[in-house]
Design a protein around this ligand. Sequence first.
Ligand code: IPE
Ligand code: IPE
Ligand code: MG
Length: 254
Amino acid sequence: MIFTSSTKAIPAVSKVPRHIAIIMDGNGRWATKRFMPRVAGHVKGVDAVRGIVEACVERGVEYLTLFAFSSENWRRPQDEVSLLMKLFVTALEREVAKMHANNIRLRVVGDLSRFEPRLQELIAQAERKTANNTRLTVTVCANYGGRWDIMQAMGKLLAQGMPPPAAGPLPFSEEQLAEHLALSFAPEPDLFIRTGGEQRVSNFLLWQLAYTEFYFCDTFWPDFDGAALDLAIASYQERERRFGRTSAQLEQGE
Ligand code: IPE
Ligand code: IPE
Ligand code: MG
């Protein structure tokens, strides 16, 4: 376990969220409102990603995790799915060199086996190239689902023939499971943002959001900029993160 588990120990809390996780929602509605095809919203959405990555670097955020394509998004019309895949390929082709020059590490998590080989290869190359960068870790969740994540982590534990027995009723501990989750290289998110007006988790990081602060806004993702991010961070800074304790305990510095 590299990072504190919020249910096992109380994590350090900093003024600027160390890890922000975002459901980038509202691309389709952004386009429809303008009488444009939905894909135009996805194209604009890539520009918004670029802006938010820059804003996170400027604000000293260490981890930015973006939900780009869920395990349920395959249910969309075939043309939209294939356009999203093409967009993913071009975004990787265009953006990775710049990210590398800016000392940004890129990770892509999810069940990547369902993607075409060219996309899988680009992902592997991008991860290799940026592996040692330290300024910001950008994680793109692609064909990701929170349930998939927990299931695949369990699968890895089982494949290992289970770790040495832990104390307690189960043959493994929470930490042993967490080590196999897709985001084991990052601390748990401090701040969760969902744009586009819906207030649900849509099978995003189910395990990792245990003590994350939630922020919902109506802004469609293509319009989400540095100023919108600052509003989310300001809201975060007003929260009292108690992790199960009382306010009085926090005031006493316990
Ligand atoms: C989010 O925007 C992007 C993806 C899910 C790929 P949507 O495409 O869900 O946009 P809305 O919610 O239909 O407006
Ligand atoms: C969640 O958005 C997934 C991504 C942003 C990638 P959706 O638009 O797919 O979520 P639902 O279907 O409204 O719950
Ligand atoms: Mg949506």
